[in-house]
Ligand binder design. Structure first.
Ligand code: NAD
Length: 242
């Protein structure tokens, strides 16, 4: 299926490896021009090279999504280079494991900064450009923890539930606007990435990041215009929440 995104400009954050990179690659395979960011220059250049090898035009920018100025800077650089912005995949690294009853304020603030506020800032910065183009796809990579909290990951569970509520509200506002812009969450269950290895995950029930990236690409496609405010859980059926 042609996703109908040839020539569209997609900004994918935290994309030097794992699910962000897989999303950028899937969008590139369907003809999108790609802007990607990560904190580490060497890993970023590796991703830039690989995605360029898929035939895409690529702009790679070193940025930390914990930095409140990063979203504006990324959107400005995108528009300066390509003159437009059509697709945003808001991704960032996950917070460290933490027990719910022992959280301190600073840890909660840091998780909210990276896993909630960075997406809010990106969407805010991107929207004027999408409105100008009369089309847009905003997709936040979150976690299956928004439908079934994961024991021992209290920071992730807490910040991401806030993101879910915010995205649902924003999606309704966008629908009322009728500007052709959608806002959705794509929520991975366990996938074979570095993050999962760090958390000690293993076994045959892991998803393939490349498949996850293709789900994200579909959510950013021309065909997903009537999917808005959705929480798409990509977990192979692991969660039992209705
Ligand atoms: P990963 O650690 O394998 O890759 C994360 C990527 O983001 C890397 O390129 C890293 O350099 C970059 N990054 C991390 N923090 C950043 C920051 N502050 N600013 C810019 N770049 C940053 O992680 P992943 O498995 O690809 O996970 C992506 C997201 O999905 C994370 O939020 C993670 O918690 C969440 N998630 C992953 C899984 C899974 O099974 N892999 C499951 C549920 C949720």
């Amino acid at each position: 299926m042609d996703l109908g995104i040839r020539g569209k400009v997609a900004l994918v954050t935290a994309a030097s490896r794992g699910l962000g990179r897989a999303s950028a690659e899937a969008l590139a395979e369907d003809g999108a021009r790609i802007v990607l960011c990560a904190r580490n220059e060497e890993a970023l250049r590796d991703a830039e090279q690989a995605i360029t090898g898929l035939g895409a035009e690529v702009l790679a920018i070193v940025a930390d999504m914990a930095d409140p100025t990063a979203p504006d800077r990324l959107v400005e650089a995108t528009v300066e280079r390509f003159g437009r912005l059509d697709i945003v995949v808001a991704n960032a690294g996950g917070p460290p494991p933490a027990s719910a009853l022992e959280l301190d304020d600073d840890a909660i603030r840091a998780a909210v900064e990276v896993n909630l506020l960075s997406a809010v800032r990106l969407v805010r910065a991107a929207l004027p450009h999408m409105r100008a183009g009369g089309w847009g796809r905003l997709c936040c990579i979150s976690s299956y923890s928004v439908v079934q909290p994961i024991p021992g990951l209290a920071l992730s569970n807490t910040a991401r539930s806030g993101l879910r509520a915010w995205a649902k509200t924003g999606a309704a506002d966008l629908a009322a606007e009728g500007a052709g812009i959608t806002l959705n969450l794509v929520c991975p269950g366990p996938h074979a990435t570095e993050r999962m290895r760090q958390l000690g995950g293993s076994g045959a029930t892991m998803g393939d990041p490349a498949d996850f990236g293709r789900v994200v690409a579909f959510m950013c496609s021309a065909h997903a215009g009537f999917v808005n405010g959705a929480t798409i859980v990509v977990d192979g059926g692991a969660t039992l929440a209705l």
